[in-house]
Design a protein around this ligand. Sequence first.
Ligand code: C2E
Ligand code: CA
Ligand code: CA
Ligand code: CA
Length: 278
Amino acid sequence: HAKLERDRISTYSPEYDVNTVERLQLLADLRSALDSQQLRVVYQPQVDLNSRRTVAVEALVRWDHPTRGTIAPDDFIPLAENSGLIFPVTHFVLDAALAQLARWREAGHQIRVAVNLSARHLSDVGLAQQIYEALARHQVPPSALVLEITETGILSDTVRADMVIRAVRGIGVEIAIDDYGTGNASLSYLKRLQIDELKVDRSFVSNIGSDHHDLIIVRSTIALALALDLRVVAEGIEDDATAEALAQLGGVIGQGYYLGSPASVDEISERLELERRS
Ligand code: C2E
Ligand code: CA
Ligand code: CA
Ligand code: CA
């Protein structure tokens, strides 16, 4: 008995506990963040690589924590997903993004906005209705909204996810597969699902200037996706050589620090105004 007790104690890890307490604190903080307007949305340009014009922006959430400073989504979205808080978080981002898109379109900028969905939304049969209402509230045409989902999101509960995606596409909203190439979905599967856009993951795109294998993978993936009539966004473009190499494929949209980092509404508005005048 004494030995058992000792073994049990020896597996006890104080670090784990500290972590849990910290996570619980962060979770409580996130709950109040939603009510006290600590979340905000920044927008990253998606640029037609041939014309170099902004054709869309991706909405990315930020959390201005009162004592910890700005917290990146990778550090709280997983927590939100596990706790169910992802639903109000997504609602906030969707609403903010559509309200802003309405203002940009009002000002004559015919861009799209992309919003990230978590896997959990794909088992929510009320999703299409919620999105329909948000679009109506802000008078934004459904085709101006792109929802980004990851392969893992789709493959977790295939039947239900198929149904939810079909319902969303049924109202005219577009679906993009995010981080493409990091999961297991094949292009033929995605074609059958009827998606609109493929976002090639930055882990393949970033190094195409120096890694010949990456260049071959990215080039053939893009060729296949374009042949399947999908829109293609290449993520993680960090230099001119990469942008140029992808521009040569024709009809590719780029996203990355080189083309524009995530920015405030004012910065994006200024950018759109400059583009209009050129
Ligand atoms: P993601 O959807 O793949 O978004 C792109 C991320 O890559 C963003 O990080 C962006 O700042 C970063 N990025 C953009 N260009 C470059 C580049 O050239 N090089 C590199 N190294 N990185 C680049 P961010 O904003 O920190 O977001 C991280 C992830 O958090 C997102 O990855 C997305 O999965 C998630 N996320 C962000 N906002 C939301 C949201 O509102 N809802 C949900 N469910 N997830 C979100
Ligand atoms: Ca995304
Ligand atoms: Ca991505
Ligand atoms: Ca389409």
